[in-house]
Write a new protein. Structure first.
Length: 208
């Protein structure tokens, strides 16, 4: 008996690594941003300044912009000439014992996370919110070692100087890392689009 299983409608999670560490100017920018104050969230903290790329970390912003362009070209592959630009950007600080619950990013198209400082065993979790819709009210418990067809959570190990880009609607979060002994610092950002969307003859045209 022969058979083939096809995986359809995949979700793109783009991973790349910056070859160089932050330089002294960039490290000073990070210190200044955190020094300006962080908002103490329920489970982790994030910077009061949520537009840090507007005035700081210019080289890191350019690095992220280059990979956003690649993501758009290789994944979205738009027919029209559009520009995806960075809107808000902020610093996350996760201390030992803290986490960042499941969430997605609204009013954004592509979101990103660049890891400035990480710790052993640090991961980001991505959650399949369509699992319930696919299974309906039927509950069949898979084996402990779930496969790509049954798992509703995927974990990505993260490390220093790593950039992840993903659709903003993708639900993700950070669970408590029992091995963590130091603060984990990351930079997150959202994006939106400039250009012409839709088709005039279909009455769907939107010029941004």
């Amino acid at each position: 008996m022969t058979f083939e299983i096809h995986g359809i409608f995949p979700i793109p999670v783009y991973e790349t690594h910056r070859e160089s560490d932050l330089d002294s100017t960039e490290k000073k920018d990070i210190e200044d941003i955190i020094g300006e104050g962080v908002y103490p969230g329920a489970l982790h903290s994030f910077s009061n300044n949520s537009y840090i790329f507007n005035t700081k970390l210019k080289k890191l912003k350019e690095f992220c912009k280059q990979h956003i362009k690649t993501y758009v070209k290789e994944i979205i592959n738009p027919k029209e000439d559009i520009e995806i630009y960075i809107t808000q950007s902020w610093i996350n600080v996760t201390k030992p014992g803290e986490s960042n619950w499941e969430h997605c990013h609204v009013n954004s198209i592509i979101s990103g996370a660049f890891y400035i400082e990480t710790d052993v065993g640090q991961t980001i979790s991505c959650y399949d919110q369509n699992q319930r819709e696919r299974t309906g009210s039927i509950q069949i418990h898979p084996q402990e070692n779930a496969n790509i067809w049954t798992a509703d959570t995927t974990f990505f190990s993260v490390e220093k100087n790593m950039l992840l880009l993903f659709p903003s609607w993708l639900t993700h979060g950070v669970t408590i890392n029992g091995k963590q002994t130091k603060d984990v610092i990351s930079l997150s950002f959202n994006t939106f689009v400039k250009g012409t969307l839709g088709v005039r003859k279909n009455l769907s045209e939107l010029i941004l």
